[in-house]
Design a protein around this ligand. Structure first.
Ligand code: HT7
Ligand code: ZN
Length: 880
């Protein structure tokens, strides 16, 4: 496919003010009649023909201003429509196309999920329904008439408000929906099916009544109540935190089981992967509940950041996605423990975005070129995009940030905006020049910050010498310095927080920086001298992870222990535990090569004190005990990664820690036993997290006692979190008990596809040689289907992304399995195939033998005939 470049952006030559759709649903031949009110765009290229996008369409009829078009007046292929000489004035174009929803395995455009009809139009799916100017800067008002068999699809939903409905001859019926808010076609949606629903009335802060409904497979209605609760809380929060009210009379959510991503924010009609809607204590884990809350919020928040203000072009994707992720993260932080939420977001960023930024698929948060836009729904655009918004707020302060957001909403409502438009609002609100800040959108790569510290006991000064550098990334060899907000504090000898006092002169931090505890690093180097420091402090740097950077080199063990015990910043206390664990793993790796072994005594003692303290937030203690994953360790290593070496060093640490803490862990496991009744709230989830991390470490320390404890918990569990965590612990202990538990789990939940996904995923991540064969068996299981993305992700995605020793097996069997699935899936669902292939994005950081096999695999995939644009783009860039 052709490269698309940001620099080539031109306004559309035509605008489409109104779209009237008449869609007659049929399983294999759905008739789509579109009437488009078109006019030339005064800002567009004069005299241009009208070129509409299509994708696999069958044209039935076309008319201009009511008269059929002569064949020589236009040129139509399945993928394009050209009106050679459009009128100079406004005109109406009527186009009738046929589409086959049953044959749509890509899950883009109009397709069937189970027995329902549904759509997915972002990014370029609308062109698979009708010919159109399929670009986000063409905003139209839509009226949609949907017709279907009443028995097959008694529920007919569209965007906007319902304005009509009725019965027709032959058992058919119709519904008419009108959306008064101009929108790009990627926000179009319809649903038809025999669905159940729950509903609730919501009154906005200005007193408007909105009817909320969540549609699900019949019989699943009770499972949607947490999603509804999350929706109501999201709506209230957006009013309070951002002054944003909902704007239609109805808000509908539909859950479907076949969906390429998490959910979609179609105006007034969000369509969800049912994984992010359905929950009950018996079937959903605490992390499922948290996921539902955040995805419901995310899609709802798009109503303002994405829908009312949309993107001018797909290069601006972060404008809606980064900002909306930031908003959903803040929402969840307000609903739950802010510290735990931050830790979990940073874990996610480091696990997904850092490797992306360090490998061949690295791209700026706002890319300047793409071949396949579907491959740019990335952790960089979403998660790093959110970090940029958070940094902006840190830099300009809360009040100016809110003023900037208000200005953005006021100025760009109803338009398709750019990152420049967004930043200009904050520059205006704060009076600050954001030119250098905008580099965060333009330059890829994760900045490294190195720190030298020096305490002068005689002068009672403490000096920090900071330096930033950013490694080269594809197409960007030289990086300019970023503006980096560095939140910091100094921890004194007794663990007290020292007051920051800047030394006068050039090298001091400003009074304001000291007062806020945030210094700015905007040059390659900066030296900061603090005065009146009574004794050697430990610097607590990058508090709350105030910028998406790497800090190097790590501090000494003693400094980290001081931070773990005393830092007032919860994030950095957790970070200290992670850094100490990493030191231990690396020492163990060295020891295996004949070097000095790890001395973990002080670290283990510190963790023991945390577990025994029994006060504070158990979820924070659970986080401190959750060691860096094998993938975290590989990332820190950076090069010549051998997953087997990492696995055995990490297992050794878990074993030793489990043994050392055994009595405290056993006590915690008992202390946090389930209470009467189940609540998904953060406090209860924190208790469960602590209980389950204790169980897992106990079993790592002593399988002989931990195994039976896990078996008991598995059998007696009263909620899915406790049951699946027990099963996860058992999954690391080969033997009959484990296999019996898997069999019992399947028997119990075989009717619930979301729980069966967990059963598949857990087996795919067993770190044993036999697992690759097990995964092949799972793919032959009667419940496995390549047509269902959640199932494919559960089996193959979990294997490739969550089982490093097996996926990177030295005999190449893991890569061979991925290759086979990618190539089989590609003709059916290229978006999903491409995402799976991204598991190979860090192949260059592997040790030589694995690197060679990975490269050969990528080359073979790339040489396969008829590869989709999606997969060939990933393979090409991964090799590039
Ligand atoms: N904005 C939505 C993105 C999305 C999507 C993109 C490409 C292909 C399929 C898709 N489904 C949903 C989801 C979101 O970020 O809110
Ligand atoms: Zn989004």
């Amino acid at each position: 496919p052709q490269a698309v470049r940001l620099a080539d952006y031109r306004p559309p030559a035509f605008l489409i003010d109104a779209v009237d759709l008449d869609i007659s649903l049929d399983r294999s031949k759905t008739r789509v009649a579109a009437r488009l009110a078109i006019r030339r765009n005064p800002a567009g290229q004069a005299g241009a023909p009208l070129a509409l996008d299509g994708d696999g369409l069958v044209l039935r009829r076309v008319a201009l201003d009511g008269a059929p078009l002569a064949p020589e007046a236009y040129e139509a292929t399945p993928d394009s429509f050209l009106l050679r000489a459009p009128p100079e004035g406004p005109f109406t174009l009527e186009i009738e196309t046929d589409v086959d929803p049953s044959a749509n395995t890509q899950l883009s455009g109009l397709y069937r999920s189970g027995s329902a009809y549904c759509t997915q139009c972002e990014a370029e799916g609308f062109r698979r329904i009708t010919y159109f100017l399929d670009r986000p800067d063409v905003l139209s008002v839509y009226t949609t008439r949907i017709e279907a068999d009443k028995s097959e699809a008694p529920v007919l939903l569209g965007n906007g408000n319902p304005v009509g409905a009725g019965d027709l001859d032959g058992g058919r019926h119709f519904a008419i929906w009108r959306d008064p808010f101009p929108k790009p076609c990627y926000l179009f949606a319809l649903v038809g099916g025999d669905l159940g629903h729950i509903s609730e009335s919501y009154r906005t802060s200005s007193g408007r009544d909105v009817e909320l409904a969540i549609y699900v497979e019949r019989g699943k209605e009770p499972f949607a109540s947490y999603a509804m609760d999350s929706l109501v809380r999201s709506m209230r929060w957006d009013e309070q935190a951002f002054g944003r009210e909902y704007d239609l009379d109805v808000f509908n959510i539909v859950a479907v089981s076949d969906f390429n991503m998490g959910a979609m924010e179609n105006k007034g009609l969000n369509i969800f992967n049912d994984k992010y809607v359905l929950a009950s204590p018996e079937t959903a884990t605490d992390s499922d509940y948290a996921g539902i809350e955040s995805v419901i919020a995310h899609e709802y928040f798009h109503n303002w950041t994405g829908n009312r203000i949309t993107c001018r072009d797909w290069f601006q994707l972060c404008l809606k996605e980064g900002l909306t992720v930031y908003r959903d993260q803040e929402f969840s932080a307000d609903q739950r423990s802010r510290a735990v939420k931050r830790i979990s977001d940073v874990r996610g960023l480091r696990a997904q975005q850092f490797p992306e930024d360090a490998g061949p698929l690295a791209h700026p948060v706002r890319p300047s070129l793409y071949h396949e836009i579907n491959n740019f729904y990335t952790a960089t655009v979403y998660e790093k995009g959110a970090e940029i918004v958070r940094m902006l707020k840190t830099l300009i302060g809360e009040a100016d940030f809110r003023r900037g957001m208000d200005l953005y909403f006021a100025r760009f409502d109803g338009t398709a905006a750019t990152v420049e438009d967004f930043l200009a609002c904050f520059a205006e609100a704060s009076g600050r020049d954001l030119a250098q800040f905008s580099l965060w959108y333009e330059q890829a790569g994760t900045p490294q910050i190195s720190v030298q510290s020096d305490y002068d006991a005689a002068a009672k000064t403490f000096t920090l010498a900071l330096e930033q550098s950013t490694p080269p990334t594809p197409g960007q060899s030289d990086k300019k310095p970023f503006v980096i907000p560095l939140a910091l504090g100094l921890i004194g000898e007794n663990g007290d927080e020292l007051t920051l006092s800047a030394a006068p002169g050039e090298t001091g931090a400003s009074g304001e920086e000291c007062a806020r505890g945030v210094v700015e690093l905007s040059t390659p180097k900066r030296k900061i001298v603090f005065e009146n420091v009574p004794s050697r402090p430990v610097a607590s740097l990058l508090r709350g992870f105030s910028a998406p950077v790497r800090l190097a080199p790590p501090q000494s063990a003693e400094d980290l222990e001081r931070l773990l015990a005393h830092d007032s910043d919860s994030f950095n206390r957790w970070q200290a535990a992670q850094s100490l664990a990493l030191r231990s793993v690396f020492a163990r790796i060295e020891a295996a090569r004949g070097g000095e072994g790890a001395d973990d005594k002080a670290f283990f003692d510190a963790l023991k004190r945390l577990v025994e303290a029994g006060e504070g937030d158990p979820s924070l203690v659970a986080q401190a005990l959750s060691l860096p994953s094998e993938i975290d360790i590989a990332r820190e290593m950076g090069k010549d990664v051998d997953p087997d070496v990492i696995y055995s060093a990490r297992s050794g640490l878990r074993r030793d820690l489990g043994r050392f803490l055994a009595p405290a862990l056993a006590e915690a496991h008992a202390r946090f036993a389930p209470q009467e009744g189940f609540s998904p709230d953060a406090a209860s989830a924190g208790r469960r997290a602590m209980r389950n991390v204790a169980l897992d470490l106990l079993a790592a320390g002593d399988p002989a006692s931990g195994g039976p404890l896990a078996e008991r918990q598995f059998a007696e569990a009263t909620n899915m979190t406790d049951r699946i965590c027990a099963l996860a612990t058992l999954s690391h202990l080969p033997g009959a008990a484990r296999e019996d538990a898997f069999a019992a789990f399947y028997e119990r939940y075989r009717k619930d596809h979301l729980v069966v996904d967990k059963w598949f995923a857990l087996q795919s991540t067993i770190p044993e040689v036999e697992t690759t064969a097990r995964v092949a068996r799972l793919m032959a299981h009667e419940d496995f289907s390549l047509a269902n993305p959640n199932r494919v992700r559960a089996v193959v995605g979990s294997f490739a992304n969550g089982n490093p020793t097996r996926f990177h097996a030295l005999d190449g069997s893991g890569y061979a399995l991925l290759e086979r699935v990618v190539l089989e899936l590609d003709p059916k669902n290229p978006q999903l195939a491409a995402r799976l292939l991204s598991a190979l994005r860090s192949w260059r950081s592997l040790e030589e033998r694995r690197r060679k096999i990975a490269e050969t695999t990528l080359r073979r995939i790339l040489a396969t005939p008829d590869l989709s644009a999606d997969v060939s783009d990933i393979a090409t860039r991964a090799l590039g």
